[in-house]
Design a protein around this ligand. Sequence first.
Ligand SMILES: NC(=O)C1=CN([C@@H]2O[C@H](COP(=O)(O)OP(=O)(O)OC[C@H]3O[C@@H](n4cnc5c(N)ncnc54)[C@H](O)[C@@H]3O)[C@@H](O)[C@H]2O)[C@@H](O)CC1
Ligand SMILES: Nc1ncnc2c1ncn2[C@@H]1O[C@H](COP(=O)(O)OP(=O)(O)OP(=O)(O)O)[C@@H](O)[C@H]1O
Ligand SMILES: [Mg+2]
Length: 403
Amino acid sequence: MLIKYGVNSRFTSLCSAKNRMWVSSSVLRRQHFLIRTLGGNGDHINTNHKTMQAIRTMSRAALEADSENILRAITPTLDPTRHKGQAGKIAVIGGCREYTGAPYFAAISALKIVGALLCIFYCSVSSFSWEVFSFSCQGADLSHVFCTKDAAPVIKSYSPELIVHPILEESYSISGLSDEERRYISSKILAEVDKWMERFDCLVIGPGLGRDPYLLECVSEILKHARQSNVPIVIDGLYGIYLRHFATDHAGISQDGLFLVTNSLDLVSSYPLAVLTPNVNEYKRLVQRVLGCEVNDEDAPEQLQSLVKGIGGVTILQKGKSDLISDGEIVKSVSIYGSPRRCGGQGDILSGSPTNPTVLGCIAGSALVRKAASLAFEHKKRSTLTSDIIECLGKRQVFMKSL
Ligand SMILES: NC(=O)C1=CN([C@@H]2O[C@H](COP(=O)(O)OP(=O)(O)OC[C@H]3O[C@@H](n4cnc5c(N)ncnc54)[C@H](O)[C@@H]3O)[C@@H](O)[C@H]2O)[C@@H](O)CC1
Ligand SMILES: Nc1ncnc2c1ncn2[C@@H]1O[C@H](COP(=O)(O)OP(=O)(O)OP(=O)(O)O)[C@@H](O)[C@H]1O
Ligand SMILES: [Mg+2]
């Protein structure tokens, strides 16, 4: 079944000769996971395959995506025969001394609404083959947060549902240490994340990470390892850092320089399982850095497509009045009514929502958050907060499905 739908070749082609041995077990695990979550029922796949083809054909002509239909089509019916873990395990890498809300919002949203890779369809539309890594909208089974030691007790206190790993370090907590000691601490952090990496179906990197250079260097390494393991990655809120190019002097004080993140775009470039979710400021800085110009609202779809091509091989979900999504091949817009409230944290919910690397998945994630925001605003009006939106994520009006 997997071979028929190209899953095998998809994953195999992602493994370079160098890391094939290393990733093989995680790839196999994910394939088994996919077989299980597909329900082992060919009819089910064929039905969905046709649905996806129909959606794809329908929406190719217009910029505006048929997001409600897409959301409905990829939302599975809850299946009482499944056991814990089959809807996926998500990890958020984020949370530092200042920001504890952002990783919580992303992780709890993943737990509430985003299952994991539920189905892979290879849709042949026109002349090219198109794969859909679709996460179920039934809620992941386990949601982890890897954050700094200071942030962990706070995040744990928000929710007993989250599994919180207090392992990241910021510069202030290691000040006075030698370079060698710092490198040792980094390697310990990386080893700790690696122990878990294989189990994750998706990483969300960035919510509430802040801008500490030591922390970000560690996260760059985590990102590299995730990529070697072919784990889908959503990257949120890091673009300021990417473009600021921190360098670290021996005392751990950050200064502008051409260091860390000249390479950071390389970290994601040509990685088809990466989704970037920039907000207005982050997008502006990305455009300036990659295209060397200012944001052009008149030709927004074309500019987004150029940006994706400039970075190479990723999917970008540009947040704004309308969300624009592109993988470099196509551009789609989601403009369904959301909320006029612009309270912080809504982007963090969104970063926990697409958790899959395709335009289709991003459309569903965007529609989901906007519909939940609209529903929350109906009830809370001007006092709507991100936590109110989270409460609305699973409502029937959002999914238009009862089970
Ligand atoms: N409750 C929470 O814990 C929340 C935490 N958040 C976190 O807050 C952090 C900032 O997010 P925002 O959405 O406010 O970020 P923005 O990119 O919107 O930036 C906020 C401000 O900082 C400036 N800025 C950012 N990066 C810069 C850079 N490299 N050079 C110069 N100026 C820069 C921007 O111009 C803007 O004025 C992120 O880590 C984010 O994840 C937000 O997600 C909101 C909620
Ligand atoms: N002007 C707008 N009108 C309607 N919806 C919007 C508007 N701007 C953003 N959104 C929606 O709000 C959500 C969050 O986008 P936003 O630009 O606020 O992200 P952010 O700044 O990264 O948020 P966060 O505070 O979590 O970091 C997205 O779902 C987006 O579709
Ligand atoms: Mg944000």
